[in-house]
Design a protein around this ligand. Sequence first.
Ligand code: FES
Ligand SMILES: [Fe+2]
Length: 355
Amino acid sequence: MNIDKDIKKASTPSSSFYTSKKIFNKTKSVFENSYQYICHESELLENTNIPFYLLENWLDIPLVVTKEKNNIYCLSNVCTHRGNIICNKKNNQKKLVCNYHGRSFNLDGSINHAPGFKETKNFPSKNDSLNKNINLLNWNGLLFVNCGENKLILKGLNEIKSIINWYPFENLSFDKKASKTYKINANWALYCENYLEGFHIGYVHKGLSSDIENQSYETTLLEHGVLQMAKSKHKNDSIGGEGIINGIPSNQIYALYFWLFPNIMLNVYKWGISVNIIEPISKEKTRIKFISLPLNGLKQTHGKNNSIDQIEAEDQKIVLSVQKGIKSKFYNKGRYSATYEKGTHHFHRIISSYL
Ligand code: FES
Ligand SMILES: [Fe+2]
């Protein structure tokens, strides 16, 4: 895939980018090597073990996050004996115990006890402990893992941090009730590129456009990410704080929409942060996780016209419509609006550099 560097000359990816199984499989390594959001620190009390599958139903890498005293680990959740999955649900036990033949592990992954192995030679070796060479990153309380090598995304996170270093991250905590998961029958990239332009707001989100100043919508390209922001129409409807972003005081900004390559969105609002994770399942199936991290004492707002739910429904509807359209034999590719689609172009440039 080749996307011209100059947005004024470039064309969007051809539809095979969204429809070809071969290209979809190629993106596997992009995701394996990326940082994926796992959970918020506030979900981990002492001796908490949270099992999960990294990119469930696709990469399906079984992992478990553990917390022992003040240390947080991310371990392979596969027993080193014959490969059973060890931890099946969130628990508060001090050991991870395999229910197949009773082998147990400490919360740092080291092997604790292995019944029946007295006569086995050179046992245990370090291979009998759980693999903990999984990069775990605690970014202001948001935990990310990387099962591969690519550390480039760290640059994006560092850039984001420097833009909002005044933000009270320490006051965020996970709100399970306000969090939700959707599945849609569309390619993950269609969902991301829709997020990456505010061009459609006036057409698709009529409610939202009454809250933000459309003229002020601004897109900034980051190293492995994009920042979009808009000024608030109403004074008391801003993210507050004492930052200045692109010359605008943060108390005039309605929201900051950060996207992190390839599939993570961090939306900074007045009430807290919403993390959107766009997880490919197949080339036409995507899971969208909305994680709500409100600031102490606040709740995710559900306004009249601009509730997140409504905006989400509007976005999903349009993305599904595009999914149908790109399969038509009469569509192959389009051109970019050089004024409004810088973010989308940036995304296509980055992904094409990996494919
Ligand atoms: S597979 Fe875990 S103890 Fe045998
Ligand atoms: Fe939208």
